[in-house]
Design a protein around this ligand. Structure first.
Ligand SMILES: Cc1cc2nc3c(=O)[nH]c(=O)nc-3n(C[C@H](O)[C@H](O)[C@H](O)COP(=O)(O)O)c2cc1C
Length: 204
């Protein structure tokens, strides 16, 4: 198992959304190492109800690419996307939109619910609580394995269509589409709000 090649805290501070990815295939062993790291994430009541769909079939990728394209185009046309500080992101998002089906692997993290999640507390803040830690594990593990990845959700905007493409049963919900591949760009340090803006002591 590949490990300890990158310092954990360095990885946390230097893992940005990597949207420009090479079409080169990811070896199966590396892919399984990646999903194994994701699979170590915690789940509520230790239900271990997360699943991962590995999409490599070109026809499947083309269908997901179309769903992503529709949502990305609507996003790009929205007023907020034109802000100067967002232009770099928009350029990368467009690149990803135009190359979605050439990216070697699209990973879909899913949760299996006991009851229809739209009718229960799952629809609230806790809905994705059992998948997001696994997703962050995956993003960091990708970095550790020399891969790039980006957490995307726009391609799931038409949820019934996405579920139909993926053949998901009613009680299995997809949470993201994570394109993974070898990065074209470089990873730099993240830019986040400073701690003095985000930390509150004892009350807001
Ligand atoms: C809930 C969520 C949804 C996201 N959806 C998308 C998406 O649909 N497409 C995309 O390109 N990036 C998406 N992102 C990535 C964010 O745009 C990205 O993490 C953010 O701009 C910060 O960029 P950085 O991590 O590279 O600093 C999403 C991130 C999160 C947390």
């Amino acid at each position: 198992m590949t490990s300890d090649k990158i310092d954990l805290f360095y990885a946390i501070h230097h893992t940005r959304a990597m949207r420009r990815l090479k079409p080169d295939p990811i070896p199966d062993g590396i892919l399984m190492q990646l999903i194994s790291a994701a699979n170590q994430g915690p789940t509520g009541s230790n239900k271990q109800n997360a699943s991962w769909i590995v999409v490599r079939d070109v026809e499947q990728k083309v269908k997901l690419a179309e769903l992503n394209r529709k949502a990305v185009d609507a996003y790009i046309d929205s007023p907020g996307s034109a802000a100067p500080e967002r232009r770099g992101i928009v350029r990368a998002v467009k690149w990803q939109r135009d190359h979605f089906s050439e990216i070697p692997v699209l990973l879909i993290p899913c949760l299996t619910f006991d009851t229809n999640p739209t009718n229960t507390w799952h629809a609230g803040a806790a809905a994705g609580g059992s998948i997001w830690p696994a997703v962050q594990n995956l993003l960091l593990a990708a970095r550790g394995l020399g891969l790039g990845a980006a957490l995307t959700t726009l391609g799931l905007s038409d949820r019934p269509a996405a579920k139909a493409v993926l053949g998901l049963p009613e009680l299995v919900e997809p949470f993201a589409i994570i394109p993974v591949g070898y990065p074209m760009g470089k990873f730099g340090p993240l830019t986040r709000r400073p701690l003095e803006d985000v930390v509150h002591y004892d009350r807001w």
